[in-house]
Design a protein around this ligand. Structure first.
Ligand SMILES: [Zn+2]
Length: 140
């Protein structure tokens, strides 16, 4: 069994199935409250702002800014040995202040990363059958 197949992978469950299905269509979506219109992340049955139950899975631009990052040099899982070093970023998406998600930043030298840098979402096939969202530095 290769390291690729041993890598931890998402299991669509607990209402997150539409999110993962959208990733496979190369679309970043989040739940948008039908009442207050705020987005929420991670998927949840109630709005974290108004406790509303109704929502729509809404496509996002995939654009945002880096709020913090780290370079992982010590593999935390045996399947990650061949992947280090890699960059984990927190991105604030442009649709809403405070709407932040964790992901990987790919395709950039860690020395070129800065808080506030513009990024765009991309999708990579990290495990069979599931595309995962990652970010790349946006070209000005
Ligand atoms: Zn709400």
């Amino acid at each position: 069994m290769s390291a690729q197949s041993n890598f931890p992978y998402p299991i669509p469950e607990y209402g997150s199935e539409p999110y993962w299905a959208a990733c496979n269509k190369l679309s970043l979506v989040m739940q948008q409250c039908a009442d207050c219109k705020n987005f929420r992340w991670q998927p949840a049955p109630l709005c974290t702002f108004c406790s509303g139950e109704e929502f729509a899975w809404t496509p996002l631009s995939g654009r945002g800014r880096i709020t913090t990052w780290t370079t992982v040099i010590h593999p935390v899982h045996p399947a990650a040995v061949e992947r280090v070093p890699y960059v984990v970023v927190e991105v604030e998406l442009e649709e809403q202040a405070g709407l932040r998600m964790l992901s990987n930043l790919v395709g950039s030298d860690p020395d070129s990363i800065a808080v506030g840098a513009l990024v765009t979402v991309d999708f990579v096939k990290q495990v069979p059958g599931q595309m995962l969202p990652v970010f790349r530095l946006a070209t000005p």
